[in-house]
Design a protein around this ligand. Structure first.
Ligand code: SAM
Length: 276
C-alpha cells in the first residue's frame, strides 16, 4: 500500500467495498488483491476509530450519485467518453458501458490500477473495456495540459463526461479551482461531477481529526475548500446540482441517518454542458 495522498485511494475503496449496493459498485472489493485486503481493512478500522466510523456511508453516497449521473450521460449519448481525474480504485469505466474512458492519477497509482485492471479483465472479473491510463500531476498546469491533449485525441469530437471525485481538497487553492474548472474547458464537455468540501464546513470536527490522522500517514493535511457560490463560475453552469451528505442520504436512504456534523462534509456538484 502506498504512503502519501495515494493512500486515500485504498481507504475510500474499502469504504465502497463495505457498502457495494449503496455505492452501486459491486466491483469495489476486487481492486485490492486478497493478500493486501487485510492491511487495507486494518487501515480503515484505525481511521474509523480515530476519525469517524461512517466513511463507508459518505464515500458510497458520493459514488452512487456520480454513477447515476454518468448513466444519464450515456442515455443522452452512448458515445460519451469518460474522463476520471484522481481515479484511484474507482470502477466507473467497468460499471457502465462507456466505449472509451481515460483515467488519470499519480504515477504509482496509475501503475497499480493498470496492472490490476489487466489481471481482472484476464480473469473475467471485470469486462474488457477500452480504458486508457495516464500518469499526470493534476496540481500543475503542465499535468492538466497533458490530460487536455490526451482527451482531444481520444474523444475526437465525442461528448466528454468529466469526474474529479475525492481530489480537489488535496490540491492548493488555485490548482483545486483549476481542476474543478477543467471539465467545462474540455472540447465536447457534456457533464462535470466534482466532489468538494464547502468553505463553510472548514471547522468541522471530523475534518480536524482527519488532519491528525493524515499527519501520521504522511498525507498532506492542508486542504482547499470551495464555496457553493463559486460553483456555477467554475463548472460552466448555472444550473449546478449541489448535494451534501444529508441530501444524498435523503435521496438514497429516504432519511438522514447521520447528521453532517458527524461526517466528512463532502458535497458533489454536477453541471451539464452544452454537448449534453
Ligand atoms: C481520495 S482518493 C479518491 C480516488 C477515487 N476518485 C475514488 O473516489 O475512489 C484521491 C486520489 O487522487 C489522487 N491524486 C491526489 N493528488 C493528485 C494529483 N496532484 N494528481 C493526480 N492525482 C492525484 C490520489 O493518488 C488518489 O488516487
Amino acid at each position: 500500500m502506498r504512503y502519501g495522498v495515494e493512500r486515500t485511494a485504498y481507504l475510500v475503496n474499502e469504504s465502497r467495498a463495505r457498502r457495494p449496493e449503496l455505492a452501486r459498485d459491486p466491483l469495489a472489493a476486487a481492486w485490492i488483491p486478497n493478500d493486501e485486503r487485510g492491511g487495507v481493512r486494518a487501515l480503515w478500522e484505525e481511521f474509523a476509530g480515530e476519525v469517524y466510523p461512517y466513511d463507508d456511508l459518505v464515500v458510497s453516497l458520493r459514488g452512487r450519485y456520480i454513477a447515476d449521473t454518468l448513466e444519464q450521460a450515456l442515455v443522452k449519448d452512448p458515445d460519451t467518453v469518460l474522463v476520471v481525474c484522481g481515479a484511484g480504485f474507482s470502477s466507473y469505466p467497468w460499471l457502465l458501458p462507456f466505449r472509451t474512458a481515460l483515467e488519470v492519477d499519480l504515477p504509482t497509482m496509475v501503475e497499480a490500477k493498470r496492472l490490476r485492471a489487466a489481471e481482472l479483465m484476464d480473469a473475467g472479473v471485470i469486462p474488457r473495456r477500452d480504458v486508457r491510463h495516464l500518469a499526470a500531476d493534476l496540481g500543475t498546469p503542465a499535468g492538466r495540459e497533458a490530460v487536455a491533449a490526451a482527451v482531444r485525441e481520444i474523444a475526437a469530437g465525442r461528448p466528454v463526461a468529466y469526474v474529479a471525485e475525492g481530489l480537489v481538497f488535496y490540491l492548493p487553492p488555485d490548482e483545486a479551482r483549476a481542476v474543478a474548472r477543467f471539465g467545462a474547458e474540455l472540447d465536447g464537455h457534456a457533464v462535470t461531477a466534482v466532489s468538494y468540501w464547502p468553505a463553510g464546513a472548514a471547522g468541522n470536527r471530523v475534518l480536524a481529526d482527519q488532519r491528525l490522522w493524515f499527519r501520521r500517514h504522511q498525507v498532506p493535511e492542508d486542504a482547499s475548500y470551495l464555496t457553493h457560490d463559486e460553483l456555477p463560475g467554475l463548472l460552466g453552469g448555472p444550473p449546478v446540482e449541489d448535494h451534501g451528505p444529508e441530501s444524498l442520504q435523503r435521496r438514497y436512504l429516504d432519511r438522514v441517518e447521520v447528521p453532517e456534523s458527524d461526517l466528512i462534509p463532502e458535497y458533489v456538484a454536477v453541471s451539464w454542458g452544452s454537448a449534453a
